[in-house]
Design a protein around this ligand. Structure first.
Ligand SMILES: *[C@@H]1O[C@H](CO)[C@@H](O)[C@H](O)[C@H]1NC(C)=O
Ligand SMILES: *[C@@H]1O[C@H](CO)[C@@H](O)[C@H](O)[C@H]1NC(C)=O
Ligand SMILES: *[C@@H]1O[C@H](CO)[C@@H](O)[C@H](O)[C@H]1NC(C)=O
Length: 416
């Protein structure tokens, strides 16, 4: 409706309408202030106040025996329309903003129809927004609108605005359809205090999500794929030298504990699949900052591109050693280095970059922004879907055709 285009004779009429409109608006705002209704989010822990749209849980495979994850790395969201793009062609610069990041996310959700979205940090670029909450709403907007379950971890830039890391994870965990958690729950189930282990875990955004078997299948009530989310921190000083943060012992203890629990209870005693180690249910891990072994992949066969130095920590806290010893994590998905988008194998575990997603993050002009897809498939039994048989990955580019590139198999139960 365009009231300014009305003829001059109805000028007073327009003015009256505006007044009515304004009064109504003020009344609604007043109501809003009086009730809790429009407060979608309440930052305290008062469960009675907050209204959140809850995702359908548990996560589970589809009837067709597949489960698809969209990994979004480094959106670097600012404030929206006025936040300019970095590293795009000169011809693209004028009409490019954060809205292009939003548009890419919407297009991807439509094109790939994933079951779950995993955001691997630097979701917002703190120093480009005066209000972290607003930036988070815009950045995760398409995920919330999609109604798909989604989860996020933090990168090293998310906290550079008005919220610290704890506040960010709390806020993110309260957003519509988010299944993110601040840290392991203290109900004893995934609590590392049991058995004299850690009482406290480092960081914010350490949690695990279990994916159940296909509906109506023999494993419908069993968790057959485990997703680990870890906080790799931001920056740190080690021996007087500035470096990136690292995953701490407390987090690795928790990982070991949950992994043991997961692998122990997964087998249905009435229907043991088989006793070989390969029958164990696989797991995937998601965190932001690559581990110190990733630079070695420069000399190895990789799928995708290695175009910049790996910005990892100087501290090696033994993440790779832990992953090798627990055995269930088959692939790790990370972000941080936007122009690296490869998968490479270290000691039997795949380390895959998502590739830079957001237009306000640095990138490479003419090298399209991109995202990674992870696709898990079930084994077909005689009458029913069984456990996970294969995990594949590929990437999608934000070009005209949303090109699908670098498809590869990460894990195959019968090829290990
Ligand atoms: C939380 O909710 C309860 C009602 O269940 C109320 O009594 C209490 O005052 C609320 N606390 C805050 C901080 O709003
Ligand atoms: C950004 O989006 C606008 C339309 O919303 C489009 O015209 C432009 O080509 C996009 N730029 C890039 C670099 O994708
Ligand atoms: C899974 O649980 C549901 C509800 O408790 C039950 O009806 C169904 O038979 C169970 N399926 C299997 C394979 O155990």
């Amino acid at each position: 409706m365009d009231s300014s285009s009305s003829s001059s004779g109805s000028g007073t009429q327009t003015w009256k309408h505006s007044l009515i409109y304004l009064t109504t608006l003020l009344f609604i705002l007043h109501l809003a202030a009086q009730t809790n209704l429009p407060r979608k989010l309440f930052l305290g822990n008062n469960e009675t106040v907050r209204i959140k749209k809850i995702a359908d849980l548990p996560l589970r495979f589809r009837y067709d025996g597949t489960f698809k994850i969209l990994q979004v790395a480094d959106m670097h969201y600012g404030t929206g329309t006025v936040t300019r793009c970095r590293d795009v062609l000169a011809s693209e610069f004028e009409f490019c903003s954060d809205l292009n990041t939003t548009r890419f996310l919407k297009r991807l959700i439509l094109a790939e129809n994933p079951d779950f979205i995993a955001f691997t940090g630097d979701n917002i670029f703190g120093s480009s927004t005066p209000d972290a909450a607003e930036s988070l709403f815009k950045a995760f907007g398409p995920a919330m609108e999609s109604g798909l379950p989604w989860a996020a971890v933090l990168g090293n830039h998310d906290q550079e605005s008005t919220m610290n890391r704890e506040e960010l994870m709390s806020f993110i965990s309260h957003m519509d359809y988010s299944v993110s958690q601040i840290n392991p729950s203290s109900d004893g189930h995934t609590n590392p205090t049991k058995g004299g282990m850690m009482t406290k875990i480092d960081g914010f955004g350490n949690y695990n999500l279990r994916v159940y078997g296909a509906p109506g299948s023999m494993l419908a009530n069993s968790s057959i794929l485990n997703l680990f989310f870890l906080d790799s921190g931001d920056r740190a000083v080690y021996q007087g030298i500035r470096t990136y943060d690292w995953i701490k012992d407390s987090q690795l203890s928790w990982l070991r504990h949950v992994s043991q629990e997961f692998q122990g209870q997964n087998q249905d005693p009435l229907h043991p699949i088989d006793a070989s180690p390969s029958s164990k249910a696989p797991a995937l891990a998601f965190f932001h900052i690559p581990i110190p072994e990733v630079p070695r992949l420069f000399y190895k066969n990789i799928v995708g591109q290695f175009q910049e130095g790996v910005a990892c920590s100087r501290v090696n806290s033994g993440v790779l050693k832990t992953l090798v010893s627990i055995g269930d994590v088959k692939a790790v998905f990370m972000g941080h280095d936007h122009t690296n988008d490869f998968c490479g194998n270290l000691d039997g575990i795949w380390f895959c970059y998502g590739g830079g997603f957001g237009y306000h993050g640095y990138g490479k002009a003419g090298w399209p922004r991109r995202a990674r897809i992870i696709h898990a498939e079930l084994q077909k039994g005689k009458n029913s879907w069984m456990g996970v048989s294969r995990i594949k990955t590929w990437k999608r580019l934000d070009d005209e055709k949303m090109s699908k590139i670098d498809e590869q198999i990460l894990w195959d139960r019968y090829l290990v």
